[in-house]
Write a protein that binds this ligand. Structure first.
Ligand code: ZN
Length: 161
């Protein structure tokens, strides 16, 4: 107990600007430190993708709440084209290629990630019900490919309207 460090974590998945904080009473391991870093809302990958889109001339909103009575946010939103983009971390969202289970607290992480996945699919179906196209891109997808994919969606949907 004495060597256990308790820490407040911002809970990004449920998160939005005004979302509360969750107390995760877990020792701070190398894994959790790494995950905390990749979890921040403006991680370098997100910023890189966004600036590439901006350079191309696409305009979008970020971290929007699109689901009524929910504070879940969408990473990148093309409002007119109705495209919702998520940049999913391989660890947090349980990527089939890289979603490895940490050795420490593995059961806790496994449940946590399973809950994230369930929430992701619930988010997707709620958005689709409202007429949004949902694009989820794994963290392991190269940035240029991610950008190309997003551009494809944004333009295709734009033409449809
Ligand atoms: Zn991956």
């Amino acid at each position: 107990m004495s060597n256990t460090i308790y820490r407040w974590w911002r809970h990004r998945i449920e998160g939005g600007r005004s979302a509360g904080y969750l107390v995760l009473q877990k020792p701070l391991t190398a894994t959790s430190k790494r995950m905390a870093a990749t979890r921040s809302r403006d991680n370098p990958r997100e910023v890189a993708v966004r600036s590439a889109l901006h350079r191309i001339g696409l305009r979008y909103r970020i971290h929007r709440r699109l689901i009524p009575r929910s504070n879940r946010t969408v990473d990148i939103v093309f409002v007119r084209a109705k495209v919702a983009v998520f940049l999913d971390g391989c660890f947090w969202h349980g990527c089939p290629l890289h979603g490895t289970s940490p050795k420490t607290n593995s059961e806790w992480w496994r449940e946590k990630i399973a809950a994230n996945r369930a929430r992701d699919s619930d988010t997707d179906s709620k958005l689709k019900q409202q007429g949004w196209s949902v694009v989820r891109i794994w963290e392991h997808v190269p940035i240029e490919d991610a950008v190309a994919l997003i551009v494809g969606y944004a333009q295709r949907e734009e033409r449809r309207t």
